[in-house]
Structures are given as C-alpha cells and as structure tokens.
Design a protein around this ligand. Structure first.
Ligand code: HEM
Length: 478
C-alpha cells in the first residue's frame, strides 16, 4: 500500500510545514494533527529543515511502536550522514573530520571508532562517576548557599546543571584537568555556541522573535567559521589534557590523532554535554514534582540501600537494590527523551507495518524519521501515556514494557555494539541518571519546585535536608 499523506507544492508546502512545526502547531501537535488527518501513524511529511537552504525535506514519519523500530534494522536502513534528518552539518565544525555519529555501520571506520568510545568509557568509567559525584556536591552546595543568603525566593538551577554536565565530562576524559583554569566560567557557553550554530537549522524553538529565528537560524546552514574560535579552544584543551585517550586512539585503534581528537570533542560535547544538559533538568523536574509521600518512598529506598555513604563506589554496589529508582529514571527517559527524533534512509525497498497492521511500501533512498516523544507515548502500549508514572516499570509486567522505551536509538533492552547505531553509552547514561537522583535523596528528604518550573528549567523553592532521625534510621536499616 502507498504511504498516505502529501508533500504538497514543492518548497511552499515544506516552508508552511516548517512554520507549523516550530511556531504554529508545535512539534507534537504537528505530527498528531497529520496522523488524524491521514488516519495513519505511517505518513508522508516534510521534515525540518526545509528550503530554501535545505532542498530535500520529503520523508516518511514512523509514529507508532510497530513501525518505528525498523529504524534500528541495519539490513533495511542506513545511517550514512542522517544523524539529524536531511541536515548534515559541515565537517568543518569538527576539525574537518566526519565523526562517528555520521557513519553507517557498513563503513569500516564505524566499528573502529565505536570501539574507541567503548574503550574510553571502560578506561575512564570509575572516574566519570567520581567526577560526577564531586561536581554534583559542588552544584548543590552552590544552590544551598544561594538559598541561605535569603536574597531569592527560588533558585533556577539549569545553569548549574550545565556546569555540572560540562565539568564532569571534561574532567573525566582529561583525568581531572580543571576546565575553569582555561575558560573561567565560560566553558559551557563555548560548548553551547559551537553546538548551537552547528545544529541551528534543526534546533528547538529559541527565545528569539520568530521572524529573526527563521531568517537567522533556519533558512541556510550557518558558516562554521563563526564558531571556529570556541571550537578550537575546546579542542585545544582536550588535545593538551586528554593525551592518554588520544594516544590510545592512535595506538590501539589505528586512528589518526586528529581523528581521535575531533571524535573525542564530539563525544564530550554533543553526545555527553548536550545529552546530560537535557536529561538532568528533566530528571530533577519530574522527580521533585511528585508528592512528598513519593519522594519519601524513593528516598527511603535509596538511603536503605546505600546508608549514609553516598560514594559512587557504594552506589554501584547498591544499584540493583533500588528498583524504584531504576523505574523512575526510565520513566523520565520515556516521557522526556533527551533526543526527540531518529532518522535513517531506506537501504533498499521493503515493507513496513504500522501499529494498526497495515503494510506500506518504502522505496530505496527514502528518508525515514520517527518522533520518540510520540512513540514513547503510544497509547496502545502505555496506559495513561501522558502521565508520569514512576512505578511503571516495576514488577514482571513493568519489565516487559522496558523494551518499548527508545531513548537510545534502540530498544531499552537491546545492547549497544559496534555493529549497531545505538548510543554507545546507553547503560552508562542510565547509571548517571540514577546516581544523580540518588545523590539528591541522600541529601534531601524532599524538594519543592517553584510554580514557574518547566521540564527543561526547574526552579527550586525549598529543600528539606535529611533529619537526624532519618539518618539514624538509615544506619539501622543499612
Ligand atoms: C543523556 C546523555 C545521552 C543521550 C540522551 C544520548 C543519546 C544518544 C542517541 C539518541 C544516539 C543516536 C543518535 C542517532 O544516530 O540517531 C546516540 C549515539 C551515540 N552516543 Fe549517546 N547519548 C548520551 C550520552 C552519551 C555519552 C556520555 C557518550 C559517550 C561517552 C555517548 C556516546 C554515543 C555514541 C558514540 C553514539 C554514536 C553511536 C553510533 O554511531 O554507532 N552518548 N546517543
């Protein structure tokens, strides 16, 4: 059967669709309204970015739990230069190197570079956790000091979480080199500039007026030269301080030093910093938005498993004894996946089946894309899909559902490998998510957010520190 939907009038309809997507309907309604109109969860759409600067927006959206996973089938879908749809930022953004994210599994370099990333995680794994723990303690101390100064009623924490994401990633890969010694407090800003300009045409809505955003950011690719200076500074810092990893890339994986370096910058900046700068605020938002009773229950589980020792070492030993923590973090990844879209291009002609059992013909070369925000809320799989239900993944039935969460470019029950395109740090990311929440509730009994909090920008109104009675209770139960 032919895929329903229409691309409309060349250029004009694509531009109208882009305006709908960003400014008129919004990203979720854009897809939902078209699903309703064409009565199909597999349909033709114009993806962003669009003409004039980006001439090939036509694609097929896969918006249900049955069709979406075809994107992870390497025999049918290729990922060569389709990291973010039809848009491929110039290699000049990454020192002239075409980095791992843009390589298909059939390219020989893909497996080598992915193994390099696995080895980075393996060789620096414990360091990632301890740097995270130290940076988080310092971020929370900063929030508490601001609260105690009494000058503000509530504290916006997004910028502190950005610092946390930046510092722990950079310190972990450099073996502890302090980025503030070179960048002062501007490290995260340099990284944001580089990422922002590189991905401007497909970025979420900014705070700029729509017309300016449209003309400035979304009409044509921006020249890499604009962010050459911040990029060179970050790459220079890693080149000077992450020599052990670059040596490893060269000796163990036969990479060119420049290739190892620029892939490392991409991993630290785009994969790590950008990913965590989206994930940490939404973790805080969803967990702290729950009732006091839930926070007590979650905190009780964490403190019961870990006692007073909040160290990363103790955390790893106790992690399997915290099922509610695991379920809660996965529910945040389901309701607010940090990366919203997945894309691929049909390697050959094949048939895809939609959630309602219809079969559609996909032709070789067609651009395919899915919205995790919709697929992870597919009502045929998840009860109350728009509600945050932290217990969702508990028990045997809950464990069955884990396979239907897709934040990592693969099923949550799949394993990343050099033969697939799943996030190279899938397990590690969930571990950091759990460590983050555990650190919160080892320190606080409950957290109250201000009414102007949003998932991407939580505002803390009050923090109730662990009482002596709770502490004594932990010692008894630990
Ligand atoms: C919250 C943090 C993170 C999130 C949400 C995340 C998510 C993702 C997603 C969705 C992809 C697939 C992109 C695509 O091709 O469509 C991906 C790829 C990848 N991620 Fe992550 N990631 C995170 C952190 C990290 C970290 C810390 C590392 C490494 C230290 C990492 C390493 C990678 C690598 C190497 C790939 C490319 C895999 C390949 O091309 O085969 N990620 N990540």
């Amino acid at each position: 059967m032919e895929v329903p939907g229409s691309y409309g009038v060349p250029w004009l309809s694509a531009i109208k669709d882009k305006l709908d997507f960003h400014y008129i309907q919004g990203e979720v309604e854009f897809f939902k309204s078209r699903v309703k109109k064409y009565k199909s969860t597999v349909l033709k759409v114009n993806f962003i970015p669009t003409p004039p600067g980006f001439p090939n927006p036509a694609g097929i959206a896969l918006l249900d739990q049955r069709s979406f996973p075809v994107l992870f089938d390497n025999s049918k879908v290729e990922k060569r230069d389709v990291f973010v749809g039809s848009y491929k930022p110039s290699d000049a953004f990454t020192g002239g190197v075409r980095t791992l994210a843009y390589l298909d599994t059939e390219e020989e370099k893909h497996a080598r570079l992915k193994e390099f990333v696995f080895q980075i995680l393996k060789s620096t794994g414990p360091r990632f956790l301890s740097e995270f723990e130290a940076e988080m303690a310092s971020a929370l101390a900063g929030v508490e000091a601001e609260m105690e100064s009494g000058t503000k009623n509530s504290i916006a924490v997004s910028s502190k979480l950005l610092d946390l994401a930046f510092n722990f990633m950079v310190k972990a890969v450099t073996g502890g080199a302090d980025p503030s010694s070179q960048f002062g407090s501007y490290g995260p800003l340099l990284m944001q500039l580089w990422i922002g300009v590189q991905f401007a045409p497909i970025s979420p809505r900014t705070q700029l007026p729509a017309v300016i955003e449209e003309l400035l950011l979304r009409s044509f690719p921006l020249p890499p030269l604009i962010v050459r200076w911040p990029y060179d500074r970050i790459a220079g810092f890693l080149s000077d301080n992450a020599t052990a990893l670059i040596d490893m890339g060269e000796k163990q994986f036969g990479l060119d030093r420049e290739e190892a370096l620029h892939n490392l910058v991409f991993v630290v900046g785009v994969n790590g910093f950008l990913g965590f700068s989206r994930m940490l605020p939404s973790l805080l938002f969803y967990v702290a938005s729950q009732s006091e009773a839930f926070q007590q229950r979650l905190g009780g589980e964490i403190r019961g498993a870990m006692g007073d020792d909040g160290s990363a070492r103790k955390f790893m030993a106790a992690v399997e004894r915290m099922p509610l923590l695991k379920s809660t973090v996965l529910e945040v990844m389901r309701i607010a996946p940090p990366v919203l879209y997945q894309y691929g291009r049909a390697r050959r002609e094949f048939v895809v089946e939609s959630g309602d059992g219809r079969e559609f013909l996909i032709r070789k070369g067609e651009l395919l894309g899915g919205s995790q925000a919709l697929v992870c809320r597919d009502p045929t799989v998840f009860d109350s899909p728009d509600e945050f239900v932290p217990d969702r993944f508990l028990g045997a039935q809950g464990r069955e559902l884990e396979r239907c969460v897709f934040w990592s470019n693969g099923r949550n029950t799949d394993s990343t490998s050099s033969a697939n395109k799943q996030c190279g740090a899938k397990d590690f990311v969930e571990t950091i998510g759990r460590l983050f929440v555990a650190q919160l509730y080892l320190r606080y009994e409950s957290i109250e957010l201000g009414p102007d909090s949003k998932p991407d920008s939580p505002v803390i109104k009050s923090l109730r520190k662990i009482s002596v009675a709770t502490r004594t209770g932990n010692k008894v139960s630990a």
